[in-house]
Ligand binder design. Sequence first.
Ligand SMILES: Nc1nc2c(ncn2[C@@H]2O[C@H](COP(=O)(O)OP(=O)(O)OP(=O)(O)O)[C@@H](O)[C@H]2O)c(=O)[nH]1
Ligand SMILES: [Mg+2]
Length: 294
Amino acid sequence: MKRTGFLAVMGRPNVGKSTLVNRMVGEKVAIVSPKPQTTRGRVLGIRTEGEDQYVFVDTPGIFEGRNPLGEYMVRTARSAVNDCDGAILVADAGFDPGQTERDLMAAFGRAELPAILALNKTDRVRRERLARTIAAYAALHSFAAVVPVCAKSGRGVDELLAECAQLLHEGEWIFDGDMMTDQSARQMAAEIIREKILRTVDREVPHGIAVTIEDYTEEPQLTSIRAEIYCEKQSHKGILVGKNGETLKRIGSYAREDLERLLGTKVYLNLWVRVRENWRERAQDVRGFGYGEG
Ligand SMILES: Nc1nc2c(ncn2[C@@H]2O[C@H](COP(=O)(O)OP(=O)(O)OP(=O)(O)O)[C@@H](O)[C@H]2O)c(=O)[nH]1
Ligand SMILES: [Mg+2]
């Protein structure tokens, strides 16, 4: 009998939600960076194993959205509670629950949504601290399971998957068994470019980036991609391009490596940097860059 289920992966920014989703899927479907607010929209990671299909819904970290982009991100994250069979609350194993976690636990309670607590980054915490964290959460919410994990190394992920299996229900699969995400190759290309920017440039520049794919041409051995990178200020453009175009070149070659692995072809990547002054402040621009409904 086939089983399936949508599981929302939620938590504050930077706790390792996307890293964990990639681990559970076994492939990189969601971008990851050391900077908070990396994930902007809902990304599905699909794992099909035997009769079971798990659909993990990676969400943006919950924070105080102060502009239309931020509001979109938080709306997207919160709405995941409504359409899922269960939730995985990802939290740092080294800290007691804060307001974000308390709000999420309350939301799970209101929605009567079964939730698993995944305490991540256990590579960084001592056993006593982990025990204290578990106790602090257990006092506040009745989780279906509490699983310490290290998304980075994969430790604990099999145990977490075994708990997720308990939340699936009998029913036809939603996606083909060989699908790992709902994103198109074009969308993944744009995300990979954004990831390399998050990893290459600092401060506020990467948060004001949007990437659009202007041309995407597939030949048997070669994929040619022309992408535009929008930033918010002329000074940001200077940082992105770098001296003699070196920064942009570095971003391009990192992105190309990943894209070639993903697409299984050679990749020709043509990147252009443009300025769209303070686009995150304008709802119309935010929607135009694909951060639309949610
Ligand atoms: N030490 C350690 N670092 C981790 C672990 N899991 C994730 N990280 C790191 O934490 C950072 C954030 O990871 P992401 O997966 O992008 O976090 P996220 O929760 O998806 O973040 P947002 O999308 O911004 O909400 C990255 O630098 C990861 O490499 C872990 O188990 N141990
Ligand atoms: Mg993320």
